[in-house]
Design a protein around this ligand. Structure first.
Ligand code: NDP
Length: 289
């Protein structure tokens, strides 16, 4: 059984990006720039934002954090986004979700210039993923694909089952596996005989948000299992959606939680920012609007 180590893959991606960034800056004089916007005091979000800022600095990007108070109005946030859209030093804009309840997340996502939408949540970028002609992929499913690539997992022609159909994980995940010629089934809370479907999977990706939801009876012998779930247990520990200890012996390869898909997310954000910087040079204008 292979324990697919997201920290190792992430370190590999960041090392590559570091070299790529140095080369890009020396060739173009442009430093890839990411703006991270956070509204309110949510402690988990603040940790994510700090980590993103640090990761940018480590690979040689320019990065700025806009920490706004909880009382920020939607108009004030949209005005900041408009300024970032127009700023040529900024190639990627990430608004940390969730936002306070008085702000319409959808309006904020729509306001971000699609050319700078490094989270790939804007409908323009979602549509481009659907057609297979994209610059950005949402960071978590992109991280899953990178892990599969790193461990030379063949996708073409194999049964791929994705459990979960959220806009940020399950749906884009299914599209990416389909693009790589997997035979893809998507399961959700209305799926009948779930175990029967998951047992068909050569590659099983689970993004449900329920600790230890997938047990050994739901997994085929020799399957590849990717656990996207991050669940906080009552004792404070993190658990995945897959019962790792019980399932791992049956698998060909499996990701742990923590240390699997989680560490990949920021690396994919950095990669999207690099892509945005490259595109801004290619089209010789910083944004689509
Ligand atoms: P959502 O809550 O948005 O989606 C959960 C999905 O699971 C839904 O499609 C839901 O179905 C499905 N589901 C719920 N119960 C069942 C069930 N009994 N049987 C089958 N399907 C079910 O979650 P996210 O996609 O945002 O996140 C999923 C998990 O991944 C969470 O643990 C989250 O913390 C983690 N996560 C990890 C990230 C990382 O960086 N590693 C990033 C993002 C998320 P339905 O649509 O019918 O309701």
């Amino acid at each position: 059984m292979i324990r697919m180590d997201g920290k190792e893959v992430s370190a590999y991606v960041r090392e590559q990006l570091k070299n790529e960034t140095a080369e890009f800056i020396s060739q173009t004089g442009v430093t890839p720039g990411l703006a991270v916007v956070i509204v309110g005091e949510d402690p988990a979000s603040q940790v994510y934002v700090r980590n993103k800022h640090r990761a940018c600095t480590e690979v040689g990007f320019y990065s700025e954090v806009h920490a706004l108070p909880e009382s920020t109005t939607q108009e004030e946030l949209l005005a900041l986004i408009a300024r970032l859209n127009a700023n040529p030093a900024i190639h990627g804009i990430l608004v940390q979700l969730p936002l306070p309840k008085h702000i319409d997340e959808n309006a904020v996502i729509l306001a971000i210039d699609p050319a700078k939408d490094v989270d790939a949540f804007h409908p323009y970028n979602v549509g481009r993923i659907l057609t297979g002609n994209y610059d950005f992929v949402p960071c978590t499913p992109a991280g899953v694909m990178e892990i599969l690539k790193y461990y030379h997992i063949e996708i073409a022609g194999r049964e791929c089952v994705v459990v979960g159909r959220s806009n940020i994980v399950g749906k884009p995940q299914a599209l990416l596996l389909l693009e790589k010629n997997g035979t893809v089934t998507v399961c959700h809370s209305h799926t009948r005989n779930l175990a029967e479907v998951t047992r068909r999977a050569d590659i099983l990706v689970v993004a449900v948000g329920r600790p230890h939801f997938i047990g050994p009876d739901m997994v085929k012998e020799g399957a590849v299992v990717i656990d996207v779930g991050i669940n906080r247990l009552p004792d404070g520990k993190l658990a995945g959606d897959v019962d790792y200890d019980a399932v791992a012996p049956k698998t060909y390869a499996i990701t742990p939680v923590p240390g699997g898909v989680g560490p990949m997310t920021i690396s994919m954000l950095l990669r999207n920012t690099m892509s945005a910087a490259r595109t801004s040079i290619r089209v010789n204008k910083p944004c689509l609007r």
